[in-house]
Design a protein. Structure first.
Ligand code: A3P
Length: 266
């Protein structure tokens, strides 16, 4: 296929996905009633929690760290369900009922760092909005995908279910090897020492940042080329823990603290 045909196909798909995300209610029942296969692995998250990092980790574990095959675009190896970061109660019913061997890996991250990451992500699409206003929208649940806590608690309440594994971005940063072990156990896989060494290197921030199969250069690059988006930074940006400590002022810190208390009490 010519580059142009590929581009038009990708663009149509991109527009279709966005229409579907906005009009999610139109396909809600199709998703709820969707077939679930025994060997399905669902990586679920709110945006900016380290979804891509977790997807790549899960894909590598499930595919015996086949880094040659991992050279193709992650979006093709690990399809996103209509680009939606679905809350637990909107997942297919069979998955929720745990009647198959399908598994769910859910990621959590400090919401203050999620908010900062989300702000920078939207800036890639020329959003030069004010950070404080953006934080307020995040706290009010007025961004796409709504309330952070509704989403997180919908999975957290399932943490004792045998088909649910909850991972923390912060643990992945502090001790990725243990997280890989834990995930491999959950998926019924065993990595050799060589595979572990290979995957640890492959999943490091520096490698992921330069890896076009996961850093969205493949999808963003073509849109940039045709001037549809003008990115000003990278999708895999800085990958740090506790960034909020240097970015948020005292007033914002207090707002987040109050918001967390209110939502965890409810
Ligand atoms: P930052 O914007 O804070 O850097 P998602 O995939 O859900 O959109 O999450 C994106 C976030 O995960 C970004 O956070 C990105 O840098 C971070 N990330 C992706 N791969 C990473 C890695 N290998 N190590 C650390 N952080 C990573």
């Amino acid at each position: 296929k010519s580059e142009e045909t590929n581009f038009v196909e990708k663009l149509i798909n991109y527009v279709k996905c966005n229409i579907i995300s906005v009009n999610f209610h139109l396909i809600r029942n199709e998703i709820l009633n969707m077939e679930v296969r025994d060997d399905d692995i669902w990586v679920c998250s709110f945006p900016k929690l380290g979804t891509t990092w977790t997807q790549e980790m899960v894909w590598c574990i499930a595919n015996n760290v086949n880094l040659e095959a991992a050279k193709s675009d992650l979006n093709e190896r690990f399809p996103s369900l209509e680009k939606a970061h679905l809350p637990y109660n909107l997942l297919p019913i069979k998955l929720q009922q745990n009647v198959t061997n399908a598994k769910i890996v859910f990621v959590i991250r400090d919401p203050r760092d999620v908010c900062i990451s989300y702000f920078h992500f939207l800036k890639l699409f020329e959003n030069d909005g004010n950070f404080e206003e953006f934080c307020q929208m995040f706290l009010d649940g007025r961004l796409t995908y709504g309330s952070y806590w509704d989403h997180r608690l919908s999975y957290w309440n399932q943490r004792h279910s045998s088909n649910v594994l909850i991972l923390k971005f912060e643990d992945m940063k502090n001790d990725l090897k243990s997280v890989i072990h834990k995930t491999a156990n959950f998926l019924g896989k065993n990595l050799t020492d060589t595979e572990m060494k290979k995957v640890l290197d492959h999943l490091s921030f520096e490698r992921m940042k330069e890896n076009h199969a996961v850093n969205q250069r493949m999808s963003f690059g073509i849109l940039e080329k045709y001037d549809i988006i003008k990115t000003k930074g990278s999708f895999i940006r800085c990958g740090k823990v506790d960034q909020w400590k240097t970015v948020m002022n005292f007033e914002l810190e207090k707002k987040f603290e109050k918001w967390e208390k209110e939502n965890l009490r409810a």
